[in-house]
Design a protein. Sequence first.
Length: 319
Amino acid sequence: MIRDIIKKKLFTDQDLTPVQKEELLLWFEMHEFVTETIYYDNSIQDVIGPTSSVDNHIAVFNGTTGNRIKDSGAKLIADANDNYAIGDDLTLAASTGSSNIAIGSSALASNTSGYNNIAIGSQALNQNTTGLRNIAIGDNALSNIAGAANYNVALGDGALNSNITGDFNVAVGGTALSNNTGNDNTAVGTGALYSNTNGYYNVGIGEDSLYTNTTGFRNTAIGHNAGRFIYDDITANQTSNTSVYLGEGTKALANGGVNEIVVGYNVTGGGSNTAVLGNESIIATFLRGLVLRAGTALIAPLKFVAGTPLTTPGAGTLE
């Protein structure tokens, strides 16, 4: 009871002078009534924590009583280069880069001269050294940049995880573009463009869209599993180029196709330089307006070469 009264006087009584409070504090330490103490003085605004505290570590309350603090083990960095970091294994204090934000264990831990990067999550942008203007949010997002990969956005656990040198990529979703090293790819959805290595200018929107693409380029796939397989629904579509797959489960006829357009649910394409609209359940296709194909007039009775009227449909070159 006496000890509690003395402690109350020490921590709350404003009648005590700073010297008196300090003498009482020393008395408590000498008699080992407490092992960790805090000392707050309204006149000097100082807080004294445990002797084991580490410089730049964040202090937190110890227990629920609210009258003790302890070292949280989490480091806080705010330097003259406008770098801010919260976590452990932080090297931003020694970095020559500027305007970086790192929150999470080992986030941006290897940064040297990279600037304007944002890393939130364990290991996010962990290996980045000189890359700039990258955004990584999620555990292991963009964690393996080795050098100067720039202008990438990774949102999701493992998104753009293996991106080493690729630039201008956007990955939204867990493991999206996880194995990428190429440039200018956009993946939205878990597993979208997961296997892409050095393929470029690809767009995959939907879970596992273009999942197996490795080196194919300029492809667009929208829908779950769109562009992932070829006709058998087993073999990977890895190297097709300049193709479009619109609809869940749309497939290329063969791996390596070029300029193949496939539209509909679970539709298989017709191969390079073909367009397929609708699956085998479609019983009619309606196209509004004048339908023409190059070099041929499909509307009788006019033929456009000489302008001579026809009584039956005929082919004619359009001039």
